[in-house]
Design a protein around this ligand. Structure first.
Ligand code: GTR
Length: 430
């Protein structure tokens, strides 16, 4: 006879252990998670001109100050970008008019930068609303990277499987078995996006630059080797962001997509990437950064959760060589992360946090939106309307949107509801 109370106790223990492990992963020990221990700091002002005067008007911002802020972010954080390369060859894998049981259309293309198809190949997965939908194209779209392969974003058996890279130097990619198909579906909410009249465009970030430090030999970095011999070297985040712009170049040629209404979206390290893509390419009409934390939306000077030193140590390829000099030395940075938001102004920007994602410093993510607001105001927009950190589950949608939701580091249906409403508000719905 099984002893039921024992069984219940074992199940409870397993649940507790799973929960703790999950939280332990999200919040490594030895870092500050105590608001009262956040040091006093003074943020640099993106509107302070060399010589000390403040930017007097929008024209001065565009003409002289914005280029300075962009250069600073390139030097001290994300790295300079090489010029655009035209797409040399598009391999068309066809359009399925009746995907998802009639709820959508699916297209896939592979983009190459060399005619002979050597070098990086970027596999683009596009879902469109069905022909029967009220919304008629060209469709506004969300464009974002996925972490584990295009086939993980939906259980659709026809999505071509990605070659997936382990996150380890010296490794090579392999085609996963079918068990990972649709594994990240909850993060993408494909049917909901299509129902609301938007297209979804996604690519696997490992296609563009495998996520480990290899001296920038593989992925798109191989296209511009000279960009590594400098202090503001072309980083992995830079490579991922640069390629989002190349995908946008391609979308400009697609009659079913309204390339003037593309929202660039990313989660976590890819949310750092969406911010940098939005900052460097004004064609992105709207920018969404989900739980991006340190080196993303969070203010580095707060030293809450993940720190500059920790991120530079774990992921030396994400940021510039110069960024390493700010390890345990945040106050010396001439910028902070609100500068990347200042570069997105006056375009709509959404920053999202999660309550159990202390590693990403949710409050620091919000405070950066407040610190970027004077630039939005100078350019005639309201920026972030709240000055107090909004309560959990109470989104604020200004020109900058923000929410903190219950739960852990993730992208959820609640997050997508906000992004769709925010895009409706700013990009005029369908
Ligand atoms: C963590 C990293 C974070 C965040 C996250 C992710 O290990 O410390 O900055 O980017 O990875 O991308 O999932």
């Amino acid at each position: 006879m099984p002893h039921w109370s024992c069984l219940v106790a074992v199940v409870a223990l397993i649940t507790l252990v799973t929960f703790c492990v999950d939280d332990a992963e999200a919040q490594p020990r030895g870092f500050n998670y105590d608001e009262s221990k956040v040091p006093k700091y003074t943020l640099p002002d993106p509107l302070a001109m060399p010589g000390g005067k403040r930017v007097p008007d929008a024209a001065t911002w565009w003409k002289s100050q914005r280029p300075i802020v962009l250069k600073q972010m390139e030097m001290h954080v994300f790295g300079a970008m090489p010029p655009a390369l035209p797409i040399a060859h598009v391999e068309d894998h066809g359009l399925d008019e009746n995907a998802l049981g009639g709820k959508g259309r699916r297209k896939e293309v592979t983009l190459y930068f060399k005619k002979d198809r050597t070098g990086p190949a970027v596999n683009v997965l596009i879902f469109l609303p069905p022909k029967s939908s009220k919304a008629k194209g060209p469709y506004p779209a969300f464009l974002g990277y996925n972490f584990n392969g295009n086939h993980t974003v939906h259980a659709d058996p026809k999505i071509r499987k990605s070659n997936v890279w382990p996150r380890k130097a010296g490794s090579s990619p392999s085609v996963p078995d079918d068990s990972t198909r649709g594994r990240s579906a909850s993060r993408w909410q494909v049917e909901k996006i299509l129902e609301r009249g938007y297209a979804l465009v996604t690519i696997y970030y490992g296609d563009v630059d495998p996520d480990f430090y290899d001296g920038f030999k593989n992925g798109v970095h191989a296209l511009y080797p000279k960009y590594q011999d400098r202090a503001d070297n072309w980083t992995s985040i830079g490579g991922w962001a640069w390629t989002l712009s190349r995908v946008l170049d391609h979308l400009e040629t697609d009659d079913l997509i309204d390339a003037k209404r593309v929202s660039v979206i990313g989660h976590s390290r890819l949310g750092k990437t969406s911010l940098w893509a939005g900052a460097t390419d004004p064609r992105f009409a709207l920018v969404i950064s989900n739980n991006s934390g340190c080196g993303g939306a969070a203010l580095a000077r707060r030293r809450f959760g993940e720190t500059v030193k920790r991120i530079n140590t774990s992921f030396p390829h994400w940021f510039t060589k110069l960024h390493k000099q700010y390890n345990d030395n945040e106050d010396k940075m001439p910028v902070d992360q609100h500068y990347v938001m200042a570069l997105i102004a006056p375009r709509p920007l959404y920053v999202a946090s999660a309550e159990r994602d202390s590693w990403a410093d949710p409050k620091g993510e919000f405070l950066a939106t407040v610190a970027a607001t004077p630039v939005y105001k100078l350019l005639g927009k309201e920026g972030m309307p709240a000055t107090e950190w909004p309560a959990v589950g109470k989104p604020v949608h200004g020109t900058i949107g923000y929410h903190i939701r219950v739960g852990k580091h993730d992208v959820t249906a609640f997050d997508w509801e906000q992004y769709l409403d925010f895009a409706d508000k700013h990009l005029g719905g369908k």
